[in-house]
Each structure stands twice: as C-alpha cells, then as structure tokens.
Design a protein around this ligand. Structure first.
Ligand SMILES: NC(=O)C1=CN([C@@H]2O[C@H](COP(=O)(O)OP(=O)(O)OC[C@H]3O[C@@H](n4cnc5c(N)ncnc54)[C@H](OP(=O)(O)O)[C@@H]3O)[C@@H](O)[C@H]2O)C=CC1
Ligand SMILES: CC(=O)C(=O)O
Ligand SMILES: [Mg+2]
Length: 777
C-alpha cells in the first residue's frame, strides 16, 4: 500500500478505482445483513418507543392525567363515545397486527419473528404520514382465535392494519373483522399492494399504448396480495377472462379440485397448465409469489413491450438484470427500493390510513382504494419538482418506462393521496366527520411532514451520482471501518482508511464483514509515498509558526488527522471524516493546521435536531465560545444558507434569555446588535431577535409580538454563546429524545467533518455523506 501507483493509475485520482466484483456483491449482502442486525440492536433495541404528549411532572399533572381528573373524559366518552376521538389518542392510532404466517416472501416465520417487519410498518406510518402505529403480534395460526383476539380491540384504535397473514386465512380474518368492527380494517398485503400495483399498471398500459380491455395478464402467486391485485385490476376494467392466475402447482384452471373459493373465483377454462405456457404472448406479469419463480426464458416469449412487475420481497421473482438480458423493451418494476419503479405498499398504507382517519371513516371501501390508485397514478404523470428529483439524482424521474410510480420520498404523496381517499370516503358515505375545506386540509397535510428526510435522501443521491473519495482518518477503528464499508456499498465512492493494512484486514475479518478490500483504499501514513510531499507542504505552512521540519515530519507520520487533512488539502482525496478517538477541538486544531477557512466565512458548526417531526438548526454548537455581534450575524447567514440547501425556508431567531428588551443585559445586547447587522446587510431570509426560545418556537407566544418579522416558528436557532448552543442541543438529545445530525462543520475551504466521539456507524456515514456532497458541489 505504501508503494507509488503505476503511472497509468495516476490521474485526477491517483489511487485504485472502484472495481465491482462478485466477491464485493457477496460482501455487500453480508454487510447489509450485519448492519441490519446492528441497526436493530444498537441503543434501545427495536425501532419504536412511546412518548407522552402531556406533561407528567407534578401532583397537579398526575391528578389531571390520572385519578381523579381522568374520570372526567371517561364519563364524557361513556356519555358520547365519539368524544373518544377528542380525549384519547384513538383517532391517530393504528394497530399493525400479524401472526407472522406470510412474513414478506419469507414464509411462515411465526408471530415473534415477524415483529421487526411490523415495527417497521409502524415506523413508516409515522415517518410518511404522521400516523401513530403500534405493532401487535398475535401468536396463533387459528383463524377463530385470531379474530377473537382482534375483534375486541376496536376502542383502542382508529384503524387496524393487518399484515403478513397468509392466504386463505387472511381473507376470512379480514372479512369477519370488517363485519365485527366499526373502524377501518385493512389487510395491507392485499389492498395496499393492489392499490400500488394498479396505479403502476394503469401507467404502464398508458405508456405502452394498451387498452385495459385488451390486455392479457398472468399473475404468479394466488395468495393474499395476488388475489387482491387481480380483483382491483378487474374492478378498473380488466376483463375476467384475460387474467391467468398461477399458484405453486401451476395454472389455476377449472379442472383443478384443490382450489379454495378465492382461487376458484379466478379459475379459467384453459388448456394452459404451467406459468411458462401462460406467459407465452402475455402482455403483463404480476409476481406475488417467491424469489426466482420466473426465468429469462419465460419473459423472452412475452408480447412486445411486456409489463413485468416482480413484486416478491425481499427478492423478486426475476431481477431487472435478468429481464434486460432478454428483453430491452420491458417495463420492469420490483418491490425493492434499489431499482427504478418500486411497486411496494409503503406508497399506500400510511396515506390511505391518514385520509381514512382524518374523516373518521367506518371502513376502507373499494371507492377509497380506487381513488388512492388513481391519485398515485396521476402523481407519477406530473412534472417532478426539483427537490424530489434531487433526492433521486441520477434517476430519470420523468413519466416514462423507468418512472411509472412516484418514489417513496416524494413529499407530495401526503398532499395527494389522503385527500383523494377522504373525498371518496365522503362520497361513498362512510366518513363520520367530513372535511369541509379541502384546500386547507391539503395545506395541513403538507405541513405534517418535515423535509429533512427528503433532503438527507437528496444528499445521498447526489453523492451516488458524483461518487467521491472520502478519507476516514481513524481507519483502524471498528466504527470507522464499518462506516467506510457502508459508504462503499452504498455506491458513494471510494473510502480511504488511514491505518495499518494488516490491522484493518484483521478487524474486517473478525467482524465477519467479508474478505475483500476491493473498492476500499488503505493509506499507512508511515509508509505512504505521499509523506514527503505532505511534510514539505506542512513545513511551508508551519515553519514560521514555531515548527521545525522534524516536528512537521512527525506530525504527518503520526497524526492521522493531519495526514488525512493533507490528502484533502492537496486534492488526493475529496473530503474527510474523523472524530471518534479525540475530542472535537483537538480534531479541529489538527484540521485547521492543514486546511484554511473559506475567505470571508466563519468556521463554526451547526447541529440539526429532529424531534417530533420538527427540525431545528442550532448554531454554533462547537467553536465560538462568546461570538461577537458580527460573528453572530455571520453564523446566522451561513446557517440560514445551510437550512435552505436542506429544503427548509429559514426563519432565523437570535436567541437570548430576553425577548425584545425584557429583561436587559449584556448578552441580549449582542444578539440585538447582530439583528441590526443583518438588517444592514439586507439578507434574504427572515430573522428576528433578541428573542427567547419559548417565544421563537411557539406561534401563540409569537402572536403577542405583532411586529415580529418571523412568519412562523423559528427553525434556525442562533444561540448567544457556545454554552447555550452546546448544552441545549445535548439536552434535546438526552432528555427530549431528539435525533441529532451533526455537528456539521461550516466555513472550511475543503470538506472536513468531525463527528462526536460517541458517534454511531450511521452518524459517521451521515457525516461522510454530508462531506462528500459538499465536495461534489
Ligand atoms: N411489493 C409489495 O408491496 C408486496 C409484495 N408482497 C410479496 O408477495 C408475495 C406473497 O405474499 P402474500 O400474498 O402475502 O403471501 P401468501 O402466503 O398469502 O401467498 C403466497 C402465494 O405464493 C404462492 N407461491 C409460493 N411459491 C410459488 C411458486 N414457486 N410459484 C407460484 N406461486 C407460488 C403460493 O401458492 P399456494 O397457494 O399454492 O401455496 C401462494 O398462493 C411475497 O413475496 C411478498 O413479499 C406482498 C405484499 C406486498
Ligand atoms: C411489502 C410487504 O408488505 C410484503 O412484502 O409483505
Ligand atoms: Mg406485508
């Protein structure tokens, strides 16, 4: 590793290029599995926890939340059950209920083993549609026992999302529970899948110029998802005789005596017996069965411009690569997020329940399902706004064969699907609380979502299209190695680990993270052929700042941060990340010895805090102990620019303990002067101060100051000093349960990021991505 590369490997990036080999693909799969296990087990095990929405700190709180006060809402609800929606969480709460008999396409794993999927669905409910989901795993395969367990849960929830229950039991369970309960009961694998598949199908028909009445569809799988998909496409116009269904025994035909009533309803009088025979000349294929059920030879004989939706999870019936090997004219979709056209019920259930809950629908009927399918199909045909396209950079998000369905991180989904569902519920008479003003409902829906997830996704996508060489300075540390491998596997570019190759290799092997170093680069500072060049560079910088040549030589040889920063400064790498073994300031000093600040910018840090669906940018969380008014104005300006880059229209508050002059003091003066400087600079973002955090974040308190120039609660909080910024962000994390992204180091002329010492692998990966995105701009 320490020898110079051969001349032909020199160039803008004089190191080994990223090579994708079979061993890397296997490693990547193994890494994903290991990372998934660590993801689920790190910190508090699992993916969800419950937060109270009311204070419970005093005797008074206790007597309101619990006995004796709680008696009042109990009596109100007893008198008028509909007030349960006013006094309890019922109206926004959905139970994700499973017995684990058809967990994804993995089969009957049982109730307990299905729990990670159900927790995942609960998380998606929250993240995409602000619905509170809770998973309930019911440990029985007996239909009656299952029904009896669920039927009495109605008072607790606004809706029931049944998940991963195999056919045919799921049909009986769902239809009986729908009769027994007066809240929506929705089997996601049936209807969620059917809605999304139908939306994609309508668009694929449109793009291939087919009329639904002429199309011949073959469906592999005759279980929950497949039967529901067939029923919905028939409901939108596909003739019954045009659909051939296959199960594990082949074509579902009239001559079979082993069919249940749900399969029988779709059986055809046909001589066809196998999937292969059925696919000859077929226009379209839906796979809702198992991995690998379809071969390239089968799709080779389909009609011209075939529509192929291989939706088994986690692995499709046939991969897009295998389809492409025989059919370049196919419209191809899978259930996965790593290929174009993801036909997955994640696009449906959060939003369908959002709409149904918001009108307190009694049920989710066919009108609501068809309205959802049409809304999704219509959204895909609309022009994709820049911020959505940016989140999937490198993918052509324009209505066409590779974009027949919106992408999951499209923030327009929440304003498009729930209103369609709610309107259909009102039209079909199942809405118990109709929405009068649809326009303001749409606005409310958009405001429910925080743009941070989409903007982080945008950064990741940006990096995937412009991969970068990122130095992971503490290259022998386990967390850094794991983050570097994740960086490589995500296609973000080449990670460069600083350290001894043998040590790094041993760690990778002992972690079971594969055997290949392909796509990774290792630089041992002591042996590197760069050392001389870097030492000369550093000596030029430090010779008049008290350093002898030998001091500088030792620094480059022994200090990984200095070596890594030299790589970045001299453009042997694009960005760096460090911080897990030394304190922030020590790392920052190392970096500042090598990398200059951007002219006219201040070096400081911003931390994004995400709590309860709201993001605030807090600055300066790490660098300036007592910023001057001028510095506060610079921090405000640079932080506002970052917020804007991340999809948030900045509303900057210069915080203090004082609000508009009360009480007076020296610290508020600095914030007030900073506001005056921003006024002079005629900046193009909203700002206000000095102002207390409680006022800046609360629209009601803000309304007490009608002259205040913030149009809504602040989202960029400029603290008067390091103590308040640093302490409040840590308090938010530790006591408020906020998620932190950062600190993001601002104002350096080359991208270098320093993670906190307790950073997780995901934190390091996030910051490497932030640094790489900055390098790519
Ligand atoms: N993309 C998405 O959003 C979704 C995808 N799915 C996927 O659909 C698949 C089925 O799920 P679900 O309907 O819930 O499960 P079910 O258990 O209800 O149904 C499975 C069906 O697959 C059939 N099957 C199994 N092996 C084969 C085979 N080799 N050839 C043909 N058919 C076969 C079974 O046949 P038999 O009746 O003879 O046993 C059964 O009809 C899973 O892979 C799941 O991940 C499900 C929901 C959503
Ligand atoms: C996506 C989903 O629900 C499934 O594969 O079961
Ligand atoms: Mg499922």
């Amino acid at each position: 590793m320490g020898t110079p590369p051969s001349p032909e490997r020199r160039g803008p990036f004089p190191f080994c290029p990223l090579r994708i080999k079979a061993s890397m693909v296997n490693d990547s799969k193994r890494n994903l599995e290991r990372e998934a296990l660590l993801f689920h087990s790190t910190g508090r095990p699992g993916k969800i926890e419950i937060h109270p929405t009311k204070p419970l700190a005093t005797q008074r709180d206790l007597s309101l939340a619990y006995s004796p006060g709680v008696a009042a809402p109990c009596l109100e609800i007893a008198r008028d059950p509909s007030t349960a929606y006013d006094y309890t969480a019922k109206g926004n709460l959905v139970a994700v209920i499973s017995n684990g008999t058809a967990v994804l396409g993995l089969g009957d794993l049982g109730a307990l083993a299905g729990k990670p999927v159900m927790e995942g669905k609960a998380v998606l409910f929250k993240a995409f549609a602000d619905v509170d989901g809770i998973d309930l795993e019911v440990d029985t395969r007996d239909v009656e026992e299952f029904i009896n367990c669920v039927r009495y849960l109605g008072p607790s929830f606004g809706g029931i999302n049944l998940e991963d229950i195999k056919a045919p039991e799921c049909f009986i369970i769902e239809s009986r529970l729908r009769e027994l309960m007066d809240i929506p009961v929705f089997h996601d694998d049936q209807h969620g899948t059917a809605i999304i598949a139908t939306a994609g199908f309508l668009n694929a028909l449109d793009l291939t110029g087919r009329k639904i009445s002429d199309v011949r569809l073959v469906v592999n799988g005759a279980g929950a998802a497949a039967i529901a998909c067939v029923e919905l496409v028939k409901a939108v116009g596909l003739p019954h005789e045009n659909v051939i269904l296959c199960d594990s025994k082949g074509v579902v035909h009239r001559g079979r005596t082993d069919l249940n009533q749900w399969k029988s309803a779709h059986a055809q009088d046909t001589p066809l017996r196998t999937l292969e025979e059925a696919l000859a000349g077929a226009d379209a294929f839906f796979g809702l069965s198992v991995k690998g059920a379809v071969t390239p030879a089968m799709v080779a004989v389909m009609a011209p411009r075939p529509i192929i939706f291989a939706m088994a999870n986690p692995d499709p019936e046939i991969t897009p690569e295998d389809v492409r090997s025989v059919r370049q004219d196919a419209i191809m979709a899978t259930g996965r997020s790593d290929y174009p056209n993801q036909i997955n019920n994640v696009l449906g259930f959060p939003y369908i329940f959002r709409g149904a809950l918001d009108v307190r629908a009694r049920t989710i009927n066919d009108e609501m399902k068809i309205a959802a399918a049409k809304a999704i199909a219509a959204l895909a045909r609309e022009d994709v706004p820049d911020e959505v396209a940016a989140a999937y950079a490198g993918r052509r998000l324009r209505y066409g064969p590779d974009y027949i369905i919106p992408v999951p991180f499209d923030p327009r989904l929440i304003a498009a699907i729930p209103p369609a569902v709610a309107e259909a519920a009102m039209r079909s008479g199942v809405a118990r609380r109709p929405i009068i003003d649809m326009e303001s409902y749409r606005r409310e829906l958009s405001a429910r979502l925080d743009p941070t997830a989409a903007s982080l996704q945008a950064l990741a996508a940006e990096v995937q299209t412009r991969p970068q060489r990122v130095v992971f300075a503490e290259g022998e540390e386990e967390k850094m190695i794991r983050a570097a491998l994740a960086f490589r596997n995500a296609g973000y570019g080449t990670p460069i680990l600083i350290g001894r190759e043998e040590r790094i290799r041993e760690t990778i092997t002992s972690l079971g993270l594969g055997t290949t170093l392909d796509g990774l680069e290792i630089q041992n500072a002591k042996l590197s052929y760069h050392t001389k060049h870097y030492t000369d560079f550093m000596y030029r910088r430090l010779q008049r700042r008290g350093s002898l040549y030998r001091d500088v030589q030792r620094m480059v040889n022994q200090d990984r941060n200095v070596f890594a920063a030299c790589m970045v400064a001299l453009e042997d790498a694009d960005a760096m990340v460090t911080g897990t073994t030394r304190h922030f300031h020590s790392c920052l000093n190392d970096v500042l010895r090598v990398v200059d600040p951007t002219p006219n910018e201040l070096v400081f840090s911003v931390t994004l805090m995400i709590a309860r669906g709201r993001t605030v940018f807090i600055a300066d969380t790490n660098v300036h102990e007592a910023p001057t008014a001028e510095e506060l104005a610079d921090i405000a300006t640079q932080a506002a620019a970052l917020a804007r880059r991340m999809g948030h229209e900045p509303r900057v508050a210069l915080l203090s303990y004082s609000t508009f002059g009360a009480p007076v003091g020296r610290t508020p003066d600095r914030s007030r002067q900073a506001v005056a400087i921003l006024e002079e600079r005629r900046v193009t973002f909203e700002f206000e101060g000095e102002i207390g955090a409680h006022v800046a974040l609360d629209p009601e308190l803000l309304s007490l100051y009608p002259f205040c120039r913030l149009s809504g609660p602040a989202n960029v909080l400029i603290m008067p000093g390091l103590h308040s910024a640093n302490i409040s962000s840590k308090l938010l994390q530790k006591m408020g349960g906020a998620t932190a992204i950062g600190p993001i180091l601002m104002g350096l002329s080359r991208p270098c990021q320093i993670v906190p010492m307790d950073a997780t692998v995901s934190d390091i990966l996030h910051m490497a991505t932030v640094a790489a995105a900055e390098a790519g701009r």
